[in-house]
Design a binder for this molecule. Structure first.
Ligand code: FES
Length: 164
């Protein structure tokens, strides 16, 4: 009996050190996505909302007649991911129904702020657009009959807009 407990304790001690060794080999590292990244050249984006980086980078790339801006695909209500509906020209959040226009203005639902726009620059070496995901434009919107609106001209300024 005593021998059994002895071996059990020995095995438990071995097991414990084994777990410790394994934890040493696989440390707790949090793999965060990069906050500054390249998204290709301006010519890669046509007029309208480009959805292709929403899943990987949490952004939409939008080109209008004047240039390009990048919107962060995070709802300003509680952080869900809205969807772009090209037929309606609206972003709609599936969680509580916030609706945004193509500029990110709030035209319905509980969102208290307009969608963020991320800072942009052009890499002088390869000509690609560089997005800084954490540097964001967040102007105070005005309450109007259409919703919470921001004057578009005031948003189309560097580093949040590329005239291209
Ligand atoms: S999180 Fe988008 S409407 Fe609530």
């Amino acid at each position: 009996m005593g021998l059994g407990i002895g071996w059990g304790g020995f095995a438990a001690a071995l097991g414990g050190s084994g777990v410790g060794a394994l934890r040493y080999m696989f440390p707790n590292v949090l793999y965060e996505p990069p906050t500054v990244f390249k998204i290709g050249k301006p010519d890669d984006y046509g007029i309208g909302v480009d959805n292709k980086l929403k899943k990987e980078r949490q952004i939409w790339v939008v080109r209008n007649e004047r240039g390009i801006y990048v919107m962060v695909a995070i709802c300003r209500h509680l952080g869900c991911t809205p969807n772009w509906f090209d037929d309606q020209k609206k972003f709609r959040c599936p969680c509580h129904g916030s609706i945004y226009d193509v500029a990110g203005n709030v035209v319905g639902g509980p969102a208290p702020r307009t969608l963020w726009r991320a800072a942009l620059s052009i890499d002088p070496v390869d000509g690609q657009i560089v997005v800084n995901f954490t540097q964001r434009q967040d102007p105070d919107p005005k309450g109007t009959e259409e919703g919470l609106m921001v004057d578009e001209k005031s948003r189309e300024v560097p580093p949040f807009f590329l005239e291209v």
